[in-house]
Design a protein around this ligand. Sequence first.
Ligand SMILES: Cc1ncc(COP(=O)(O)O)c(C=O)c1O
Length: 400
Amino acid sequence: MTAISKRCAGMQASPIRKLVPLANAAKAQGTTVYHLNIGQPDIPTPDGYWSALKDSLPEVLAYGPSQGLPVLREAISTYYSRSDIPIDADEIIITTGGSEAVFFAFMTTCDHGDEVICFEPFYTNYNGFATMAGVKLVPVTSSVENGFHLPEAVEIESKITDKTKAILICSPNNPTGTVFSPGELQTLSSIVQKHDLFLLSDEVYRDFIFDGGSHLSTLELPEIEDRVVVMDSISKRFSSCGARLGNMISRNKSVMAAALKLGQARLCPPTMAQYGAAWIYHNLADNYYKDVLATYQSRRDLLMEELSDVEGVFFLKPEGAFYATIKLPVKNADKFASWMLTDFQLDGETTMVAPAAGFYATPGLGLDQIRIAFVLSEEKMRKSLCILKEGLKVYKETVE
Ligand SMILES: Cc1ncc(COP(=O)(O)O)c(C=O)c1O
């Protein structure tokens, strides 16, 4: 039998989902599994989304324009203008999830064999899209000790070669919850100007900034407006993961013209969902954002309360998004996370977390870390974290 492509054979399996068979086996035996492993928000999708879909039911569910429906691109432009960020509808292309925006960002800015610098730990699906685009991700390691903030500029610059085309960032960050400060963005701005690079900026969590902070978008850095490509999504911010809608934004006309060609090749993003998304961008009241943010922030506080004093556990307070990457007092968090599913339960319940090593590109890093997504109700969070703490104690006593 002829072999599958080397491209796919070499692709990483998702570290977020790789323990799913163990979780399924635990569930089949009647164990309740709390999912702290995956960033699937539990907050209801806004009601208006559904009404907008019903109000737009067409006779024929037709293709739409490759760059997305004008009504949605206008709505996104209006959404940005509310934050004093002028974006023209022509500078936006609607994509099939933020995922396709990541792919388009690589494809429009890089050729096969080009390098993109990114900060590990990073959102693992960047690996898959980099493979698809033939791009090599070059990691710069950030550290749990300083809350995964930007390493020194010299360290970043030391990774730049004549193949480097871009720096990729994600702020607020998945998997760490880190939010880059204006000073950090300034450092990146200087580097991309000095070395003639693009700045690819994943801002899918832009509305989730805790403790009264606000988000500085890379679209607000006029000196690099031609170099910035933003990736965005309605999945997390509006609890609409299944709509499969995101967008890519750039003021660089050549980048947008190239993105349109990619868009034409895949015809169009999902038509119906765009009507719902347009409603969301136009009409979502300020209190929606406030309420959702307050919900995630109290869960973040609960996480700190439950875990920060546990011996050997270390992480700094996440500043945004809904994730924390946490150092545990274990040698191999992968084994620990699997053991929680196969060998441990408290009153018929257990907790699933994502081992963090898969979020690093450098082999051997993050082995003692896990990622937690705080996407469960406070009651479930408290229970699942108590189970995790108890599991950790038993694991330390009996396994390691
Ligand atoms: C940082 C980041 N970027 C992009 C995505 C892709 O989101 P989607 O394709 O659902 O819009 C995700 C999803 O988890 C993410 O966490």
